[in-house]
Design a protein around this ligand. Structure first.
Ligand SMILES: [Mn+2]
Length: 465
C-alpha cells in the first residue's frame, strides 16, 4: 500500500504547480444491467493517485492549499445492505483531507468559484456517469479531444498529472514488484498444467486461482490461447494440440491498484519445432534489444525501432523478408509480422495514463500512419523511475498476410510463398516489465522464465505423443 504521507506529498506537488483550483472526480460504482447488481469497484487512477480514496462517487477539490473530499451521503437504509459506514469525521481523518463534505455541497462551491471568475482545472475521465455530473456542475464541455481549446478539459492538469504519475517512487515500484510476484506464481502454475488435450479454460483457471489466493485482481482479461495470431484473443475454448504454441498474456494487479503485464509463449508438447525455435529465438532477441534500449533519454520510438530492427534481421535470415533492415522497418514490411508497438507505460493502469495522455496536444503527434509505426503515439522520453513494457511478437495473421493489397505493396520485401507454408503458425509474444534507472534498465519480471530451454524443460516427460 502507498503510505498516506506519500499521497499527501503528491497533492502538495500538484498544488504547487497548479495554484488555481483543481477538481478531480472518481468513478461511480459499476453495476450490471440492473443498478441493484453490484460489480467490483475500481477507482479512477488519477483520482486514486492524488487522494488514495477507494470509495465510489467521490470528488476532490484542491483550493488555496486546502483539500476537500466530497462523498455521497449514504442512503438511509445503506447500513442494512452494506454494513455500518465510517463517519465523515473518521473518513476525513483516514484520507488526510482538511474537510469532508457531502457531495451535494460541491455544486454551490463550484458556482461561487465561477462567480469569482476563478479558472478551474478539471479532468475528463472515462466514467460516463461521473462526466455527465461534472459537466452539469461546471457548465464546461470538458472534451479532451475537442478542436477548440475552450471546449477541452485542463491540458495543464493532464500534463502535470501525467508527468507526476510517470515517475514511479520506490514504494510504487515495490507495489509493481508484488504484482509481478503473483503473476509469476500464476504463470508457474499454468505452465505446470500445460499439456496436449487440456482446454485453454482449464489453464486460465490456474492463473485465476493463483491471483485469488493472493487476494490480487486480474490486471486485465487474461489471454490464454493457441491462436496467438489473434492479438487480443479472449476466448478459452480451444483444446491444446501437439505442435501448437500457447500464448499467455496475463498478469495480476495489487490491491493498491498497481499492475503488472507479462506474456510468455511456449510449446504445448514441451518441444519446439525447428521453425518455432527459429522464430522464438528471433522474438527473444528482439525483446532483449528492446529492453537494452530502455535507457534514460530514449523514446518509445527508439525502443520500438531497436526491437523491430532485430526482428526484421531475424525474419530476413529465415527467408521470410528480403532487403535492408532499415528499409524493412521504415516501409512497414516487418509490421506484416509485427503489427503493434513495442511498449506502453505501466503503473496504476496496465496501459498506464492511456486516457490521461489522450489529450488534444498529445494526439497531434499521431501523424505516422505507416503499418507498425502508427501506434508510436507516445513521444515521452524515458527517465529514471519510468516503468514500461517491452513486448515484441511475431504473428501469422491471415487478416494481414493474406491481404491482397499488402501482398502487392510488399511483394519485393516478403516471400509470400514461404509465408503460405506457415499459415496457421499462430503467434509468439514475449513481454516483460522494465524499470528505467540512471544505469542499466531493470527487468522487474526477469524471474518468470523465457529462455527456449526453459520453455521446453519439464513438459517433455508429460508429452502424450
Ligand atoms: Mn502489455
Amino acid at each position: 500500500m502507498i503510505p498516506q504521507a506519500e499521497i499527501s506529498t503528491r497533492r502538495e506537488r500538484l498544488q504547487a504547480e497548479l495554484p488555481d483550483p483543481v477538481l478531480l472526480v472518481g468513478n461511480h460504482a459499476p453495476h450490471g444491467n440492473s443498478s441493484s447488481v453490484r460489480l467490483r469497484f475500481r477507482q479512477e487512477s488519477t483520482f486514486l493517485y492524488y487522494t488514495g480514496c477507494r470509495l465510489p462517487g467521490a470528488a476532490a477539490l484542491f483550493l488555496d492549499g486546502q483539500y476537500t473530499l466530497f462523498l455521497p451521503a449514504p442512503a438511509p437504509n445503506a447500513a442494512l445492505w452494506h454494513g455500518q459506514f465510517e463517519s465523515f469525521d473518521e473518513l476525513c481523518e483516514l484520507h488526510g483531507a482538511h474537510r469532508l463534505l457531502a457531495m451535494e455541497k460541491l455544486p454551490e462551491i463550484l458556482e461561487r468559484l465561477q462567480v469569482e471568475a476563478r479558472p478551474i482545472h478539471a479532468l475528463a475521465i472515462e466514467d460516463a456517469r461521473a462526466m455527465a455530473r461534472l459537466r452539469e456542475w461546471t457548465g464546461l464541455a470538458l472534451d479532451p479531444v475537442a478542436e477548440h481549446e475552450e471546449e477541452r478539459d485542463s491540458q495543464a492538469l493532464r500534463e502535470v498529472a501525467a508527468r507526476h504519475r510517470s515517475v514511479k517512487s520506490p514504494t510504487e515500484v515495490a507495489e509493481i514488484r508484488r504484482a509481478v510476484e503473483v503473476t509469476a506464481e500464476g504463470h508457474r502454475r499454468l505452465f505446470a498444467a500445460c499439456r496436449p488435450g487440456v482446454k485453454e479454460q482449464e489453464l486460465a483457471r490456474e492463473l485465476w486461482a493463483a491471483f485469488l489466493e493472493a487476494d490480487f485482481a486480474e490486471a486485465y482479461e487474461a489471454i490464454v490461447t493457441v491462436r496467438g495470431d489473434v492479438l487480443h484473443c479472449e476466448s478459452y475454448e480451444n483444446t491444446l494440440e501437439v505442435g501448437q504454441l500457447l500464448l499467455v498474456d496475463a498478469a495480476a494487479a495489487a490491491p493498491s491498484g498497481y499492475a503488472s503485464d507479462v506474456t510468455r509463449t511456449f510449446p504445448v508438447s514441451g518441444k519446439l519445432t525447428p521453425f518455432q525455435r527459429d522464430l522464438y529465438g528471433i522474438a527473444l532477441a528482439a525483446e532483449t534489444a528492446g529492453i537494452d534500449a530502455c535507457g534514460a533519454g530514449s523514446t518509445y520510438a527508439d525502443v520500438h525501432r531497436a526491437a523491430a530492427s532485430i526482428l526484421a534481421e531475424g525474419l530476413r535470415e529465415v527467408g521470410l523478408l528480403r532487403g535492408s533492415v532499415g528499409d524493412l522497418v521504415e516501409s512497414g514490411a516487418v509490421a506484416l509480422f509485427y503489427p503493434h508497438g513495442t511498449s506502453h507505460p505501466l503503473g496504476l493502469d496496465t496501459h498506464d495514463m492511456d486516457s490521461l495522455m489522450r489529450g488534444a496536444e498529445y494526439l497531434k503527434n499521431r501523424k505516422d500512419e505507416r503499418m507498425g509505426l502508427k501506434y508510436l503515439r507516445n513521444e515521452t522520453r524515458l527517465e529514471p523511475g519510468h516503468v514500461l513494457t517491452v513486448e515484441p511478437g511475431i504473428y501469422f495473421a491471415a487478416s494481414i498476410l493474406e491481404n491482397r493489397e499488402f501482398r502487392e505493396t510488399f511483394r519485393d520485401q516478403v516471400d509470400f510463398a514461404r509465408v503460405d507454408r506457415h499459415m496457421g503458425f499462430g503467434g509468439i509474444r514475449i513481454e516483460d516489465d522494465i524499470l528505467v534507472t540512471a544505469g542499466d534498465p531493470e527487468n522487474l519480471s526477469v524471474a518468470i522464465p523465457k529462455s527456449p530451454e526453459a520453455m521446453e524443460r519439464g513438459r517433455n516427460a508429460m508429452r502424450s505423443s
